[in-house]
Write a protein that binds this ligand. Structure first.
Ligand SMILES: Cc1cc2nc3c(=O)[nH]c(=O)nc-3n(C[C@H](O)[C@H](O)[C@H](O)COP(=O)(O)OP(=O)(O)OC[C@H]3O[C@@H](n4cnc5c(N)ncnc54)[C@H](O)[C@@H]3O)c2cc1C
Length: 566
C-alpha cells in the first residue's frame, strides 16, 4: 500500500513529534529565534480552503492511457493532485500551507510495469503533455513541481513499482523497481538476508528512483557509498526509446551511461528499475558518541581516520550550534545518572570542552569486523581529543533519527522559516568554507536585525573531502516570507560557490539550484547536458525547467537569480 505524507508538511500524518519528552527543546528554540509568548500561530489553512486550479485536459492523451491502464491507475481528483503538487522544501510547504497550489498536476498516473511506463511516455510524446516522475515527493529543490503553464501536466507516481525483482546472491546484486520506498525496499531485501544500506533522513518516504535521479546520499555512505556508487545497471524510458545499460561490474566502453542517468532528475526519462549492489544484512549496528573541543579537531579526526582507510560506517560531526540543539533534545537525566552527567560536564568544561562538538560514529557488519573497526577508530579519535561518551548516546540517536524532520512543521506553525543547504569540498577548503558560510548567515541575521539559528554537521566523508550540511532558521518576515528565504538560500549558495564547494552534494538541482549550473559545470559542461536532453527528449516533455534550461535564446541570457514561485 502507498503511504502518502501529510499534504501540508513532512511525514506520516499519524506521527506526532514528542515535544513533551524534550522539555529543554522549546526553550532553546524560543531563545535562538527570539520567539515570544505571543508570537503569531501560523497553522496551515483548512483543507477545504485549498482550491485547485481548473484541470487542463488532453482528450487524446487520456484516451491513449485509458486503453492500457486500469481505472485505479488514473487519478484526477483533488486529493491526488494536491499531494503531488510539491516536494518538501520551505517554499513548497509555505505555499501549500497557504493553499497556493497553482502548479498542481492535471492528472496523476500510477504505472505498474516498465512496459506501461514506455506506453505512457510514447503517448505523452505524441500528444505533447508534460511528464514529471514522482518517487516519494521528498525533494527540496523544486524537482517534482510542474513548471510549464502552457501544457497539460501529468505526474507519474512510481510507487506501485516497488518490488525486488531478482536477487543474484552470487554477485551480491539485486534488481529493484524504481518506485520502491526505503522501508519496503529494505524489508524485502532483509527478508532475503541482504541490505542496500542507503538510509537518507528521508528514508521513510523516498524511493530508489528518486535517490538515483538526485544522486542521493544515505547516513551510512562512508561505508556503502552514495547511491551512484551502488548502481550496477539500470533502465531509463526516454521519449527517444528505452536505454538499458549493461550488467557488468566495470567497463571501458566509453563514458559510463549509468552515471549519465544518475542525477538526471527526470529530465531525460523515467528510471523504471536498477540493479544495485547489496551486502549481507549487518549483524551488528553499533553507534557511539564522541565529544570534541571544537569542530576543527573533529574534522581533522575524520580526515585522518578515513585517510588511513579505516572508514567506519558513519561519521556525523555536529558543530557547536547543532550540538547545542542536539543536547536540547535530550530527556533530562535525574538521580544518580543525572549526578554523574553533571560531574562529567564539569570535568569536560575544565578540560577545554566548554562548547563541545558532538560526533556520532557507527560500526556495522559482522560482530568481529565491527569490533575490530571500533578498536582501531576510537583511539584515533582520542588522539584528536575525542572524548568517548559510549554507545548509549548512539542508541538514542539511532532511535530518534527519523523524528527530527517532523520538528520543522512545529516551527512553521509558529511563523518560522527553516530549511537546509548542503555542499562538499576537499579537506583543504572545508573549514574555510564552513566558517565563510556560517559567518555570512550570522552577519545577515545581524543586518536584518533579528535573531536566527545556523548549525552545521559533516554528514558524509571521503578520502579527499567531506560534505557540510547547514540548517538555518529565523522568524518569518510577514508578507515577505519567500523573498526572505531566497535571500538566505542565495547567500549561502553563493558562499559555497565562491569558496570551492559544490552547488549540491546530494539534494540535486531542481529549479532552485539551476541558476548556478553554468558556474558549476562550465559552459561546455552545460552544453553536454543540453545535448543529452535534445537527444533523449527532443520535444522537452520530461520535467521541463529542471536541472538545465534547454538551449535557445532563454539559455543565452545570464543565469537568472531565483524566481520567487507563486
Ligand atoms: C526531511 C528531509 C530529509 C532529507 N534527507 C536527505 C538525505 O539524508 N539524503 C539525501 O540524499 N536527500 C535527502 N533529502 C532530499 C530527498 O529526500 C532526496 O532528494 C530523495 O532522493 C528524493 O527521492 P524521492 O523518491 O522522494 O524523489 P522525488 O522527490 O519524488 O523526486 C526527486 C526528483 O527525481 C525525479 N524522479 C523521481 N523518481 C524518478 C524516476 N523513477 N525516474 C526518473 N526521475 C525520477 C523527480 O522527477 C524529481 O526531479 C531529504 C529531504 C527531506 C524533506
Amino acid at each position: 500500500m502507498i503511504k502518502d505524507m501529510k499534504w501540508w508538511g513532512w511525514g506520516d500524518p499519524a506521527f506526532v513529534f514528542p515535544m513533551d519528552e524534550k522539555p529543554l527543546l522549546w526553550p532553546f528554540v524560543r531563545k535562538s529565534l527570539g520567539l515570544t509568548e505571543d508570537a503569531p500561530q501560523t497553522p496551515p489553512v483548512d483543507r477545504a480552503q485549498v482550491k485547485l486550479p481548473e484541470r487542463r485536459r488532453s482528450a487524446d492523451f487520456e484516451a491513449a492511457v485509458a486503453a492500457f491502464l486500469k481505472a485505479d491507475q488514473i487519478a484526477a481528483d483533488d486529493e491526488q493532485r494536491l499531494i503531488h503538487t510539491y516536494g518538501k522544501s520551505f517554499p513548497d510547504l509555505f505555499r501549500v500551507r497557504r493553499g497556493i497550489v497553482s502548479n498542481a498536476p492535471d492528472l496523476v498516473l500510477f504505472p505498474e510495469s516498465h512496459e506501461e511506463v514506455e506506453r505512457i511516455v510514447a503517448a505523452a510524446r505524441q500528444t505533447g503533455v508534460r511528464l514529471v516522475a514522482f518517487g516519494g515527493g521528498t525533494n527540496i529543490v523544486g524537482g517534482v513541481e510542474h513548471l510549464d503553464p502552457s501544457a497539460v501536466r501529468v505526474t507519474l507516481d512510481m510507487r506501485r513499482m516497488n518490488r525486488v525483482l531478482e536477487i543474484d546472491r552470487h554477485s551480491w546484486t539485486a534488481t529493484i523497481q524504481a518506485g520502491a520506498p526505503g522501508p519496503k525496499l529494505e524489508d524485502d531485501l532483509q527478508a532475503l538476508g541482504f541490505s542496500l544500506g542507503h538510509m537518507p533522513d528521508s528514508f521513510e518516504f523516498a524511493t530508489l528512483g528518486g535517490w538515483l535521479a538526485t544522486r542521493s546520499a544515505g547516513m551510512q555512505s562512508d561505508a556503502y557509498g552514495k547511491i551512484e556508487d551502488m548502481v550496477v545497471a539500470l533502465k531509463l524510458v526516454s521519449p527517444a526509446g528505452t536505454l538499458s545499460t549493461k550488467l557488468t561490474p566495470k567497463s571501458a566502453a566509453g563514458p559510463d551511461l549509468d552515471q549519465v542517468v544518475v542525477g538526471s532528475e527526470g529530465v531525460l526519462g523515467v528510471i523504471t528499475e536498477a540493479v544495485m549492489k547489496v551486502h549481507p544484512n549487518p549483524a551488528v549496528k553499533d553507534y557511539h558518541g564522541v565529544l570534541f573541543p571544537d569542530f576543527e579537531s573533529g574534522s581533522e579526526a575524520i580526515r585522518e581516520v578515513i585517510g588511513r582507510r579505516a572508514a567506519p560506517t558513519m561519521f556525523r560531526l555536529q558543530d557547536v550550534d547543532e550540538t547545542q540543539l542536539a543536547f536540547s533534545m535530550k530527556s533530562p537525566s535525574t538521580g544518580i545518572s543525572g549526578f554523574i552527567q553533571s560531574q562529567v560536564k564539569k570535568y569536560l568544561k575544565a578540560k577545554g570542552y566548554a562548547q563541545p562538538c558532538l560526533m556520532m560514529v557507527g560500526f556495522e557488519g559482522e560482530a568481529d569486523y565491527a569490533a575490530e573497526m571500533r578498536r582501531k577508530v576510537l583511539p584515533m579519535l582520542k588522539k584528536h581529543r575525542g572524548f568517548h561518551l559510549g554507545n548509549s548516546v548512539g542508541k538514542t540517536w539511532a532511535k530518534n533519527k527519523f523524528a527530527v524532520p517532523y520538528l520543522r512543521d512545529i516551527l512553521m506553525n509558529h511563523g518560522c522559516m527553516v530549511d537546509v543547504a548542503e555542499t562538499a569540498a576537499v579537506w583543504s577548503k572545508l573549514m574555510p568554507l564552513y566558517h565563510a558560510a556560517r559567518n555570512t548567515i550570522k552577519e545577515q541575521f545581524k543586518k536584518e536585525g533579528y535573531p536566527g539559528y545556523i548549525g552545521c554537521h559533516i554528514s558524509h566523508s571521503y578520502v579527499d573531502g567531506a560534505s557540510l550540511y547547514f540548517t538555518f532558521a529565523a522568524r518569518q518576515i510577514a508578507g515577505q516570507e519567500l523573498e526572505q528565504y531566497y535571500r538566505f538560500k542565495r547567500l549561502i549558495t553563493q558562499t559555497f560557490m565562491e569558496n570551492g564547494g559544490t552547488l549540491t552534494h546530494h539534494h540535486a538541482v531542481g529549479y532552485e539550484h539551476r541558476p548556478w549550473m553554468e558556474r558549476e559545470l562550465s559552459r561546455p559542461g552545460l552544453e553536454i547536458l543540453r545535448g543529452l536532453k535534445r537527444t533523449l527528449d527532443p520535444d522537452n516533455i520530461m520535467n521541463p525547467g529542471k536541472l538545465i534550461l534547454p538551449a535557445g535564446p532563454e539559455a543565452l541570457a545570464p543565469a537568472p537569480e531565483f524566481e520567487v514561485p507563486r
